[in-house]
Ligand binder design. Sequence first.
Ligand SMILES: CC(C)(COP(=O)(O)OP(=O)(O)OC[C@H]1O[C@@H](n2cnc3c(N)ncnc32)[C@H](O)[C@@H]1OP(=O)(O)O)[C@@H](O)C(=O)NCCC(=O)NCCS
Length: 148
Amino acid sequence: MSAHRVSLREITAETVRSICALEPHDGQRGFVAPNALSIAQAYFNRAAEFRAVYAGETAVGFIMWRPGEADDACVLWRFMIDKGGQGKGHGRAALQLWFERLRSQGIKTVRTSYVAGDAGPHGFYLAQGFKDTGAQLPNGEWLMELAI
Ligand SMILES: CC(C)(COP(=O)(O)OP(=O)(O)OC[C@H]1O[C@@H](n2cnc3c(N)ncnc32)[C@H](O)[C@@H]1OP(=O)(O)O)[C@@H](O)C(=O)NCCC(=O)NCCS
């Protein structure tokens, strides 16, 4: 259970450096892009949205999403919790907040894809209710889906 209240906050000129400094454990690097790269990619995909994850007043993570193919679908594109903040329920709490936000916008389905691997996020997503679709994307990532 998280000791501090988790929130999703807009990233500002003042906070962007601290958000780009957040990183997973070394062994998890292959599973998520660096936050600076994600923010740069969002610049070229104007439908993408991103927020910093805070626990209390401390930045602990990053989440980025984009619209899905259907109007009521959304794609979780990037998600990470800093190595120092993992295992405290922040990831779960951040996703729950994000789902609430999506529900209020009429979103019914969330998809995400993951890189398979021992230190990867597959088990985490299963624990959050995502189901395997069995589909593999051209980039080798596996597709999961959740009705929110
Ligand atoms: C995946 C990630 C976001 C999880 O964040 P976190 O804050 O450590 O997760 P939580 O503490 O909220 O864990 C929630 C639950 O998932 C479980 N869990 C977390 N990581 C897990 C994993 N890799 N495999 C299986 N279960 C996992 C926890 O045990 C916990 O279960 P519980 O509530 O029954 O105790 C984090 O490990 C991370 O940033 N990883 C590197 C980047 C990455 O892979 N991102 C996903 C890209 S698609």
